[in-house]
Design a protein around this ligand. Structure first.
Ligand code: TRP
Length: 341
């Protein structure tokens, strides 16, 4: 059976973009079609300046929202990255296979490093090595497929390269993974800046709808979305990105098609109004389930405990094999010491 791994970074509140672009598909499709692992990748949230209490809070919230979005712990494995030591164990081994040049070429590193320096801050070493940890996340589980947004494809390609290189040098150890991109509504853009993605890290933007936004806040943000000059409603991503984004969101929420929806509307106003209501309706059941789960923290903790245990059991043999293959002496308790070259 195909194995799928994906992760969500608790560096900001989960957005409508995360939901329509990833979480919903994980819940509706991936977890049923593949043996799936979904991970709150908290170690990755430490690569830029962070507030410890906030990361903890956002990690719990992300896990709760994944459940609220429909991930079923009976069907998939849901866990927090730092609860499973295998990620950092393997990351170090992969650092011994990756090169510094490779790391410095990563687009996201270059962009984020520039941003940090512009802010007058320093760049954490972990920001540079982040893609290696991400490769470890994926390779530890022998994942075949990694559903990610466009901005993460380069990182998954690095994971592939490292897997191939490790296998070639030290013997077959890792499954070589590939990135998959969800077909529908993979890209929800910022409502105020429709040429950039609705990312979660730049918080409190008026162009970002959060999964836990109250209906009134959702309406306000959608109604104030930037649209393009022109009056007719047409679907044109290149020329009319603001409008296209609204049509994409409406289509993703109602199961329609953005081109045919464009034909239905003759004003921006009515399109915005319907889009706002469609978003409110999509978020409603997720928010209701989230409230229930928040009232039962012991349940969520239990899910994460069991998830970490399952994840550990799945990753440990692969990471142990990698340790042996690269030349580490097995701990003495292992009975087969003499059998290892
Ligand atoms: N880097 C991803 C992001 O910023 C999150 C992530 C970390 C991830 N490890 C992963 C995604 C492994 C898929 C697989 O969105």
């Amino acid at each position: 059976m195909t194995r799928v791994f994906s992760g969500i970074k608790p560096s900001g509140h989960v957005t409508l973009g995360n939901y329509l672009g990833a979480l919903r598909r994980w819940a509706e499709v991936d977890q049923h079609q593949a043996e799936s692992l979904f991970c709150v990748v908290d170690l990755h949230a430490l690569t830029v300046e962070h507030d410890p209490a906030r990361v903890r809070r956002l990690s719990r919230q992300a896990a709760t929202l994944l459940l609220a979005a429909g991930l079923d712990p009976e069907v998939c494995t849901l866990f927090v990255q730092s609860h499973v030591d295998e990620h950092t164990r393997l990351s170090y081994l992969l650092e011994c296979v990756a090169t510094d040049g490779e790391m410095r070429r990563m687009i996201q590193y270059k962009e984020k490093a520039v941003r940090e320096r512009e802010r007058g801050g320093s760049v954490r070493l972990s920001l540079l090595t982040y893609p290696v940890l991400m490769a470890a996340d994926i390779l530890a589980y022998g994942a075949d497929e990694v559903p990610v947004g466009d901005d993460q494809v380069q990182h998954v390609e690095l994971a592939r390269d490292l897997a191939v290189r490790f296998n070639h040098r030290y013997g077959h150890t890792f499954v070589v993974p590939r990135a998959t991109r969800p077909q529908v509504a993979a890209r929800v853009m910022n409502l105020q800046e429709p040429t950039s993605k609705m990312g979660k890290s730049d918080d409190s933007g008026p162009g970002i709808v959060y999964l836990l936004d109250e209906p009134e806040a959702v309406r306000k943000k959608v109604l104030r979305a930037v649209t393009d000059s022109g009056r007719d409603v047409v679907y044109d991503r290149a020329e009319r990105p603001g409008l296209a984004n609204l049509l994409d969101i409406l289509a993703a929420c109602t199961g329609g098609n953005p081109e045919s929806l464009a034909a239905v509307y003759d004003s921006y106003g009515s399109l915005k109004k319907d889009t706002a209501e469609a978003v409110v309706e999509v978020l409603r059941p997720v928010q209701a389930r989230h409230r229930e789960l928040c009232a039962d923290p012991a349940y969520v903790e239990g899910v994460l405990r069991d998830g970490a245990e399952k994840a550990r059991a799945s990753a440990r043999p692969t990471v142990d094999t990698a340790c042996r293959a690269i030349g580490l002496l097995p701990p003495v308790a292992e009975p087969s010491l003499s059998a290892v070259r």
